[in-house]
Design a protein around this ligand. Structure first.
Ligand code: FE
Ligand code: FE
Length: 285
């Protein structure tokens, strides 16, 4: 186990999500999960969250914003970024794991099959592109996993809440009250979230996509809110309205995993058109 990157596959925290939030319609089937025993995965997932909860402090988020929100790391066409993301190798079983592009395509194709609008389909296709952070050398715990507000008390509804005992912010009076540095119902726009692929991609795509799409991207890993409503006291009316979209999106993100991988080659022209409808040719990462 690499001490800074305990997950064997970057997607194992998402497999863990399926156990925490099994699809209602279907009963949980063991073979829905990758061939990596539950107990083994559980161990790496909990180690992953231990690091995440310890190091995601308010100050850490500010530091990462400075480092990454000047977008001077790499200039790429969207499809090249997708290919780049696919070079992410982890040591899980390649026969059983879908690559990153396939997860994106399964999500977007499920959205497309339900007849949703094109911006929604594109959002499905792009939503995890922020994981390129891993390729810029960022540790797993600063890229994936549940996200949560920093600058106020950590909710018990966040997965593995006990690990926040190692987070320096719980000893800081500024940050350890219910509201912390925020005002009641100030709106999530004014709330800093733990750093990861969600916030990063939101900041990149902000000028280009409609508001519901931006909410889906920015808050898709904020399970303690979109599943548990633990932070209602920070949300404003717009947030409540937009979280209906986040919830809708989450169904596709979590439950679109199909055994048959999508045909990337066949689908590429359609997605190329969609990309050029909404985004510039080059994107700065
Ligand atoms: Fe994601
Ligand atoms: Fe995803």
């Amino acid at each position: 186990m690499n001490s800074n990157n305990p997950l064997k596959s970057l997607d194992h925290w998402e497999d863990d999500l399926l156990e925490r939030y099994p699809e209602k319609k279907k009963s949980k089937k063991k073979d829905d999960f990758r061939n990596y025993t539950d107990s083994e995965r559980q161990k790496t997932v909990s180690e992953f969250y231990r690091l995440n909860h310890k190091f995601q402090t308010y100050e850490f988020v500010i530091k990462k914003e400075k480092e990454f929100l000047s977008f001077n790391k790499r200039k790429m066409k969207v499809w090249d970024a997708i290919d780049f993301l696919n070079t992410l190798v982890d040591d899980s079983d390649p026969d059983l794991d879908l690559d990153q592009t396939q997860h994106l395509l399964q999500t977007s194709e499920a959205i497309r099959n339900d007849g949703h609008e094109d911006w929604f389909i594109l959002t499905g296709f792009l939503h995890d592109l922020g994981k390129v952070l891993c390729l810029f050398g960022e540790p797993q715990w600063a890229v994936v996993g549940d996200t949560f507000p920093v600058g106020c008390r950590f909710s018990d509804s966040i997965v593995y809440p006990e690990f926040f005992n190692d987070n320096l912010d719980i000893h800081n009076e500024k940050y350890n009250s219910k509201l912390g540095i925020y005002n009641e119902n100030c709106g999530l726009e004014n709330v800093k979230m733990s750093w990861g692929h969600d916030e990063y991609l939101f900041q990149i795509l902000k000028p280009h996509l409609p508001l519901p799409a931006l909410y889906m991207i920015r808050y898709h890993s904020f399970y303690s809110q979109h599943r548990e409503n633990a932070y209602d006291f920070l949300l404003n009316d717009q947030d409540h309205e937009m979280f209906e979209w986040v919830k809708k999106f989450n169904q596709y993100d979590l439950y679109s995993k199909a055994p048959k991988p999508p045909n990337t080659k066949e689908l590429k022209p359609y997605y190329q058109d969609l990309i050029s409808k909404f985004l510039p040719e080059y994107i700065n990462f």
